[in-house]
Design a protein around this ligand. Sequence first.
Ligand code: HEM
Length: 322
Amino acid sequence: MGITCSKNTDGENPTTAIKPATKEDLLAVQGVIDKILEEKNCGPLFVRLAWHDAGTFDMNVKGEWPKAGGATGSIRFEPEINYGANGGLINAVKLLEPVKEAHPSVSYADIYQMSSARAIELAGGPKIDMIYGRADATSAEQCSPDGNLPDAEAGRESGKYGGGSMEDETPNGHLRKVFYRMGLNDEEIVALSGAHTFGRAYKDRSGLGAEKTKFTDGTSETAKQILSDGKEAKYTAGGSSWTPQFLVFDNSYFEYLYDKSADEELLKLSTDQTLFDDEEFKVFAEKFRLSQDDFFQSYKKAHKKLSELGSKFEPEGGITLD
Ligand code: HEM
């Protein structure tokens, strides 16, 4: 299954080289992304796409960019898009392809990271202090290696689902191995895990969760999703969510994770549960459960850092939209 991608400037076609993105181009892209989010309520999918593009970063890899992986847009290429950890993300790549076609000066890496930050902001989450101007990986040869992303069931062999990371079979040890390689610390691990307040797991993507639950069946009263602006959301039924209102970005993930009597149809992966089991993680998980403000403060800093891992900016300091 090949993916057709718009031509890139990097050495491919010098006579029709595309100009670098301007603030105006980026604002136009933001408008288009906001429309897609409003029409499709696909914010969680976009957040996962951006995270899986960025989260391949390995701070120990030295050498020519983009060897160390990260937010480079390389996830759009095979083989990376077909890695077990990336199940279902082809849908996000396809949804965003027309944005690139209409705005060729804006990189895929920026489009993916912007779609995630906007999804969180529009769902009631914190405003993230994003910068843009990322360069794109330009070929399949620049894909990040398989196995750098965390697996919800640590130690699973790489396969149809699964992250393929075999490092450490305990969930807390596994998370530290994987996130420390990105240069992220315990507070950032816990804050970023809080993104599971948003979205669902699907049997045909990660192999986890149920076909549907009373929160995701699209018909029952408990499955009604009210967006942060008070409107009822249309969504495709299916999967298991971590929270009852899975299209709102808040700190309820930590509340339900902590609550041993929470509805059994809500998802708790082993890498979620360890946030309250591991003594060091627990300090932050408890803090974020008790204060949404504390969660948002930590989350927005961690998300910004994640979104810039391995990125190369043009101009060097990036472009802000404010
Ligand atoms: C801590 C280690 C993590 C593990 C083991 C993990 C694992 C998973 C799994 C198995 C799914 C279900 C995918 C599917 O079936 O479609 C998922 C969904 C999701 N993950 Fe994570 N994840 C982790 C961290 C993160 C981080 C750091 C973020 C973002 C900052 C994130 C954002 C999401 C979102 C938004 C979804 C929902 C996607 C949707 O509804 O389509 N996750 N994650």
